[in-house]
Design a binder for this molecule. Structure first.
Ligand code: ADP
Ligand code: ZN
Length: 735
């Protein structure tokens, strides 16, 4: 057919509207086809407003359209104006995490689009500068304002009133008199850029060597992973700060991941002392508004360093040059609900996709990381000694089978003597017991009935200060009953075993005049109160801190010389794969609180198993002997990292239905070489928050495609309504 001779039609009239596969931040199967406005260039990562049902959602251009639907039936997605797109590396990372954890990519995208308002248009703030007029009537207050504003800076009205110490009416008067003139400020104050050379410390030789290697890696702009393996107080933080400085120098961004609990004011202050500016923060306590500020600034490359909890891993850094995972062994890095993932492992993946360096720091690395470092897959940087005069504390075991405490008592004589001696010498002590409340179990002496939660198969824990029995899993509470709910006998309920409150009660009998603080997540009203207790301890206003693991992490108390571990065997009996490792890490960490300054530290651990390998390794200080043994156990058992594990958890309120579904799921498990399926069995807490839970465990060889296996299985499974299937790849908790 010949073209008409007259004016040609414009080009676009011939072409159909462009299309794209759009990923929506919802747990849907895949992408959806949309058409795009004609003439727009919308590469992967472009943010769009996409109509969905009767609403409009934020989506992301993800892939080519699948086709198959006519143009007239496709809805149009419109790119957001003036927004940077999600960096392509982040899109690749989202796909990778979704594949690995068997989640829908949209569910992972939702984590990366946490701050929905970050994409709203900016709202400038009204501010004022000095205007052209000078008022005739110049009161003192007015003069103060004009003096303040003579520096030329734009300020909002409230800020002027506050800084000049005048009432808002005074400011209004000056605006009316045109002595102040309206202007606008960006919605958010900008982030000060950290200065890599603000206050460089003099590193000791071991630190300097490790820092040099990290700097070389960062400067190379290639993927690399290093384990920064240093005893507590050796200066791991100072050392990785040098790597951050290098990332800043070469114009790349840096991310420091910390367990939520370690995200303290102390850490931020320390960062500011080194770099002259505070980092951006990202964790659960950050307000919606601040999240919006941080997210935008990260996406635009204006925030150069972010310190955050695990979810910061999904921020849209356009030019990431370094990820630090501090306390890399912490279980807090495992996200246990929603999309289940391990932030430490995913940090390494993101570093690989970004082509940047990952630094994993710990005094007690996870066995997985230790194996990777000792086998040469990761660089192994060691800081074997504490910085300066401080030395590592001496650790002694107290055999509780010999040094019996009297009934109803948990502090043996040697520990009591040491506490008294420490206080008489004007030093501080810490008693550690990883158990909140007064007693973990309440039992009827008459009939043997144990008080349990009505929603969970767990004991109720007595909290004597609050006079409540509390379930630590679902939060169910009740008053302590007078009579046994089972047999009705009165006065027969007895508290069994110690919690921190009970240890504090006993300690008060031993040292009635000592100033004591109980530190556990429920006795502290919140982060501010915990912070106040930490400061009081650091100032020497507390003699003895009796606490759970919230006191075990990272804090630096120079006068603290004695640590007493009330029950070192707690946690060893969980029987799961990592129980020994966790006990070792926690007790090592607690011990590290003692003797951090000039005075030497002493740690006394009460145990019924002094011959256990965990106890022996702690007492002898031979950490690597413990790791070597643990590695051997894991290798023999084909456990991670020498084999793969995945858990399938079925849950629901109808127990019979859950159990039947679990049996059926086990029956249809695909047969594959080198794969064993265990279960189903009732989960450790077979009832949790009113949900019955059944578990299946898949154990596979290292070279098995675990994701492929699980996906085939999942696709074949029919899960009835009211039952939920959760897949946990590389489980760390077996509850
Ligand atoms: P880690 O992270 O290994 O536990 P830190 O980095 O917290 O150790 O260091 C422990 C203490 O020693 C801190 O108070 C820190 O400021 C100090 N410190 C470490 N290295 C140096 C150094 N090179 N110069 C001055 N102080 C240092
Ligand atoms: Zn409960």
């Amino acid at each position: 057919m010949s073209r008409p001779a007259s004016k040609p039609l414009p080009e676009f009239a011939f072409s159909a509207a462009p299309r794209a596969g759009i990923l929506l931040p919802r747990p849907l199967k895949g992408t959806y086809d949309y058409k795009l406005p004609i003439g727009v260039d919308a590469p992967r990562g472009t943010l769009v407003a996409a109509p969905l049902g009767t609403t409009e959602v934020l989506g992301t251009v993800w892939s080519d359209a699948e086709g198959g639907v006519g143009d007239n039936r496709l809805k149009e997605a419109v790119p957001l104006d003036g927004q940077p797109r999600l960096p392509p590396q982040l899109c690749d990372f989202i796909d990778w995490v979704a594949h690995y954890t068997l989640n829908a990519p949209g569910a992972i995208l939702a984590m990366a689009l946490r701050s929905r308002s970050a994409f709203d248009p900016e709202l400038p703030r009204i501010a004022y500068v000095r205007g052209s007029e000078t008022p005739k009537r110049l009161t003192d207050a007015r003069a103060r304002v004009l003096q303040l504003m003579s520096d030329g800076l734009a300020r909002p009205k409230a800020a002027i009133a506050e800084e000049a110490n005048v009432s808002p009416a005074v400011v209004s008067g000056l605006i009316e008199a045109r002595a102040l003139q309206e202007t606008s400020l960006p919605e958010f104050p900008p982030f000060e850029p950290p200065d890599p050379d603000f206050a460089r410390p003099a590193l000791n030789p071991a630190q300097a060597e490790a820092a040099a290697l990290l700097k070389r890696d960062v400067a190379a702009r290639l993927f690399s992973v290093a384990l920064l393996d240093g005893v507590t107080g050796s200066g791991k933080t100072e050392t990785y700060f040098e790597a951050i400085a290098e990332a800043l120098r070469i114009g790349r961004q840096a991310l420091i991941l910390l367990p939520e609990i370690a995200l303290s004011v102390q850490f931020l202050d320390r960062f500011a002392e080194r770099f002259g500016a505070r980092p951006a923060e990202w964790h659960s306590d950050v307000s919606q508004k601040e999240r919006k500020r941080v997210y935008r600034a990260v996406m635009r490359g204006e925030a150069r360093v972010v310190v955050g909890a695990r979810s910061a891993l999904f921020l849209p850094f356009p030019e990431l040059g370094l990820i630090v995972v501090d306390e890399e062994h912490e279980q807090a890095y495992k996200q246990e609900d929603g999309a289940i993932y391990h932030a430490r492992d995913m940090a390494v993946v993101r570093a690989r996709i970004e082509g940047c360096t990952a630094v994993l720091a710990s005094a007690t690395p996870s066995l997985e990381t230790w194996v990777n470092a000792t086998s040469g897959r990761y660089a192994h940087l060691k800081l074997p000694e504490r910085h300066g005069p401080a030395s590592l504390p001496e650790i002694r075991l107290i055999d509780m089978r010999q040094a019996r405490a009297e009934p109803g008592s948990w502090l043996t004589q040697p520990l009591r003597d040491a506490l008294v001696a420490s206080l008489e010498g004007g030093e501080q002590a810490m008693l550690f017991l990883n158990r909140r409340g007064y007693a973990p179990l309440t039992l009827c002496e008459a009939c043997g009935h144990k008080l349990t939660c009505r929603n969970c198969s767990a004991w109720l824990v007595e909290h004597r200060y609050r006079r409540r029995l509390i379930c630590h899993h679902c939060g169910f509470e009740s008053a302590t009953p007078r009579a046994c709910p089972e047999c009705g006998a009165e006065g027969t309920l007895v508290a069994c075993g110690p919690g921190v409150e009970r240890v504090a009660e006993e300690f008060a009998r031993v040292c009635p005049r000592a100033r004591v603080a109980i530190a556990s997540s429920d006795t502290m009203g919140g982060p501010a109160e915990a912070q106040a207790a930490i400061s009081a301890m650091a100032r020497g206003e507390i003699d003895v801190m009796i606490g759970t693991q919230i006191m075990a992490k990272g804090h630096h108390f120079p006068q603290l010389t004695l640590v007493g571990v009330v029950d070192a065997d707690l946690g060893g009996s969980d029987g799961d794969l990592r129980a020994r490792e966790r006990t070792f890490q926690l007790l090592h960490q607690v011990s590290g609180r003692a003797g951090r300054a000039e005075k030497p530290g002493l740690v006394l651990m009460q145990t019924r198993n002094p011959d256990d390998i965990v106890m022996k390794a702690l007492a002898s200080g031979d950490r690597d002997a413990f790791y070597m043994r643990e590695r051997m156990y894991r290798e023999t058992a084909h456990a991670p990292p020498f084999g793969r594990l995945a858990a399938l958890i079925l849950s629901g309120s109808d127990g019979d239905k859950v159990r039947a579904t679990a049996r059926e799921l086990a029956r249809i498990a695909p047969k594959a070489k080198d794969v064993t399926v265990w279960g189903p069995t009732a989960a450790f807490y077979s009832l949790l928050r009113g949900q019955t839970r059944e578990r299946l465990l898949v154990q596979a060889g290292r070279n098995v495609d675990m994701q492929g296996y699980l996906r085939a299985w999942k696709d074949a499974a029919k899960i009835p309504g009211g039952v939920r299937l959760t897949v946990d790849v590389d489980p760390v908790s077996f509850f």
